[in-house]
Every structure is written in C-alpha cells, then in structure tokens.
Design a protein around this ligand. Structure first.
Ligand SMILES: NC(=O)c1ccc[n+]([C@@H]2O[C@H](COP(=O)([O-])OP(=O)(O)OC[C@H]3O[C@@H](n4cnc5c(N)ncnc54)[C@H](OP(=O)(O)O)[C@@H]3O)[C@@H](O)[C@H]2O)c1
Length: 291
C-alpha cells in the first residue's frame, strides 16, 4: 500500500495494546490520531509521530478508520456516549478491537447498524510485542463489506488477519475458545514449573520443552476434538480411568514436594466425575460428557 492509499487511523485507548497498534501504524506510514483517558500515555506516541486529540470526539472526527482498544465493551459504550462521538463516527469505519463476549459484539453491531455506522468487530490474537508482524493474527467478523474496507489498513499491522464470518460475535467466540485453552494450559504450566523447580529444574527448561512439543500437543487436542465431534469415545488408548489414576500420582508428588495440590486435585475431580459416570474405560475425551 502506498502512502497515498493509506487511510488515516484513529486509535482510542493507549494501554499496552493500543500503544503497540499506534507504533505499528506509524511504522507503516499511516497518519495516526490518538486519544487516551490518561493523557500522559499519549506523550511518547506524540514524540513518535502521532497526532493527539483533546477529546474522543475529536479523535473520531480526525480519521477514516476509528479503532477502539480499551479494556472492554462497557467502557467503549461509555466513550461512545461522549457528546458528538456517535455523530462523528458516521461515514467512518468503526473497528472494535477491545475484548468482549460474542453477545457484547452482537449488541455493539446492532447499535452501530441502528445508528447507520459501518462496523466490524475484531479480536487480537497476539501480545503487544507481536503487533506488526506478517504472522500476527486478528480474528475479524460481522459485516463483510466493513471487513473488506478494514482489510488493507489492519493487515499492515496484523499480516495474518482472518475473517471468521458474518456473525459479529464470531471473532470473540474464536478468541474466547482460544483463551479457554490458553488459560487452562497456563494453570497446568504454572503447576509444572513448581514441579520442575522442586526437582531442581528451571521454568525456562519447561517452557523450551513445551515450545518444542507444541505441535504434538496441538495434535492431541485436535484428536480429542475429533472424538468429541464424532461422539464415539470407544477408542482403544488413553482411557479416562488411566488419566484419573495418573492425577493421583501428581497429587502424591505435590505432597512429597510440598507444593500446592490445587491444580492436580481440580483435574482429578473432573476426570473422576467421568469415571463415576461410567466412562472410565472410554477415551479421556469422555470427560467432556460430564461438562
Ligand atoms: N495486552 C495484551 O496482551 C492483549 C492481547 C489481546 C487483546 N488485548 C485486549 O486489548 C484491549 C486493551 O488491552 P491493553 O493491554 O491495552 O490494556 P491496558 O494496558 O490495561 O489498557 C487499558 C486501556 O483502557 C483504557 N480504559 C480503562 N478504563 C477506562 C475508562 N473507564 N474510561 C476510558 N478509558 C479506559 C485505559 O485508559 P487509561 O490509560 O486512562 O487507564 C487504557 O487505554 C483489552 O480489551 C485486551 O483484552 C490485549
């Protein structure tokens, strides 16, 4: 995209993520206007070349593409209630990159439609340091024309951006599905670090091992998803009973190492519930049936 075809961009919200977006847009040669509740956060971005608006409404009015990246949707809605803000959005492309639930995204889309505002919803599948890379993923959803309008601008900071469908809640649903797995894995990872450290090994060593095994982990989870989708849990390996039993080993280790038993006890509870329901000889994915 040449400078002539680059659209002006406004970014509302200059937390860690908003600031990363601004820096990346500036590096890509966009004209960027910013606004943040705490004005001090705008100063370093102004030094980097951003224009600083003195109100949300002025920031919205300054650009063709208006990106919100604040903590959540209720805050976005409050900012949209600023006098003149909604009127200033008309004729612009409104992009919500704050995190929220699918229902919140659908409600904001309905509001935008009612107001005659072109809106596309997005979820950032990256941390601030990863913004601006060719492999950076944003999930986007909602009005397809709005997505198409956003594509060139947003792809300049998220090269692997993906459109997830016309349901405005789809981006959030995909984001929350990913985060549900990530946060569950993180809880296990932190326990794993305690386990490693109790055996004289390091957190970095566990991280490196997991990074190496990530494709195999993904394959295992995908296989479980396929089993759940098929409804056929009579798979001749990795039984739920076996996995429930191995959680006893983790609880025993935690007691021996004098570390918390919280995580293995929680997982044991889920697996045991499946065993008690009669699924012990089925694949571990059968635990899903008790959710
Ligand atoms: N950071 C990440 O790794 C990451 C990754 C993916 C998605 N996201 C999403 O990106 C969004 C922003 O994240 P972040 O990391 O930038 O968060 P953050 O550093 O905590 O920044 C939050 C932003 O929201 C603003 N804000 C909070 N309450 C407000 C209010 N009542 N009125 C006006 N503005 C308010 C803050 O303004 P002040 O500076 O004035 O407090 C700040 O600009 C979130 O929805 C987050 O889930 C973040």
């Amino acid at each position: 995209m040449t400078t002539a075809t680059k659209k002006k961009v406004s970014v509302i919200g200059l937390g860690d993520m908003g600031a990363a977006l601004v820096r990346s847009f500036l590096q890509q040669g966009h004209t960027v206007t910013v606004w943040n509740r705490s004005t001090a956060k705008a100063a370093p971005l102004q030094e980097a070349g951003a224009l600083v608006a003195d109100s949300v409404t002025a920031a919205i009015a300054a650009s063709e593409v208006v990106i919100f990246c604040v903590t959540n949707y209720p805050i976005s809605r409050t900012l949209l209630d600023t006098p003149g803000a909604t009127a200033a959005l008309k004729g612009k492309l409104f992009v919500q990159l704050s995190s929220g639930t699918p229902q919140e995204a659908r409600e904001l889309d309905a509001w935008a439609t009612q107001e005659g505002i072109t809106y596309v919803d997005g979820a950032i599948m990256a941390v601030p340091d990863q913004i601006g890379r060719p492999d950076t993923v944003f999930f986007m959803s909602g009005n397809h024309d709005a997505y198409t309008q956003s594509e060139a601008t947003l792809k300049s900071v998220a090269g692997a951006m993906q459109y997830m469908g016309t349901d405005p809640g789809a981006a959030s649903a995909w984001d929350m599905g990913f985060l549900a797995v990530l946060f569950g894995a993180m809880s296990g990872f932190f326990h794993g670090i305690k386990l490693f450290e109790s055996e004289g090994l390091t957190a970095a060593a566990l991280g490196n091992m997991i990074a190496q095994l990530a494709p195999a982990l993904g394959e295992m989870l995908k296989q479980q998803g396929d089993i759940i989708a098929s409804g056929n849990y009579k798979v001749n390996h990795s039984s739920l009973g076996l996995c429930a039993g191995s959680m006893d080993m983790f609880i025993q280790h935690a007691k021996e190492a004098n570390i918390s038993t919280e995580v293995p006890t929680f997982i044991k509870g889920i697996f045991q519930r499946g065993v008690d329901a009669g699924y012990g000889s089925e694949h571990v994915a059968a635990a899903y049936k008790t959710y």
